[in-house]
Design a protein around this ligand. Sequence first.
Ligand code: SAM
Length: 269
Amino acid sequence: MKPQQAKVYSPIEMVFISHILGKNKSEIQLYQPVLTKAQQKKLQKYNTLCAQNFPVDYIIGKVDILGNTFYVDKSVLIPRPETEELIQYVKNNTKNPRLLIDIGTGSGLIGISLSDVFSQVVITDISQKALNIAKKNIITNNKQNIIFFKSDLLKNKSLQNVLRQDVNWTLVANLPYVPINEKTQAKQNQVEYEPEIALYSGKDGLECFQRLVNQIKDIQNPPLQCFFELDPSHIYTAQKLLTTLGYTAKIIKDQNNLNRFLIGDLIVV
Ligand SMILES: C[S@@+](CC[C@H](N)C(=O)[O-])C[C@H]1O[C@@H](n2cnc3c(N)ncnc32)[C@H](O)[C@@H]1O
């Protein structure tokens, strides 16, 4: 009888097998485990979903970022590498590591990742489904200093009460920024399975940011520092808007040399 040849898996199948078996890729390569019938069935199901362009992170249901594990499903945006850059930038450049408000938190990625830097973190989202995922991520990553509110940007009254108590707060936001008419290109843009509420923001993509600026204008104690992730095509308009609020508005490039981040320091006179 011929010896059985080890099955050759594609790199993406290796990711799935590693998830199914709860083993890392080098263990699998070393021990070449044989999959049970049930495990093979699961792998087949994952391959089918993958062939339909269903994102690998949704299939596996989690992403490891900066030392934390984030559960993700179709109710939250899949974390992007640029947002990791934003988190690192906030870590290195915050001037007031007291109270951080993460607006439009999605999976909780930004607030949770920065909860070791700030004494208190508040995360908010307009989507209850997203908040449920973020809550789960707070618990599984064992973060004690995070509270959350369902809120349309800064509108929630309880959130405003928190802000009234601390004049020394920092705002971070990665809000939706895709123009609504680009919905028809969702498949092409590989975002067809992600929640529309996390992607689209009015006619020009700037509606959410514009509304947030208007809300900041109306509150008694605006944030001392703001950090935004934006679409590079919006950066100069956003910079102007932030400047009118009395902030320095510095543009920071991402790793691809695109004008991705806007950092505002409140000019105190
Ligand atoms: C681009 S996603 C970013 C998610 C997460 N912050 C990240 O960086 O991975 C935008 C998030 O903003 C939320 N959102 C959309 N409109 C909002 C609003 N008016 N107020 C608060 N959150 C909003 C969406 O539900 C979504 O979770």
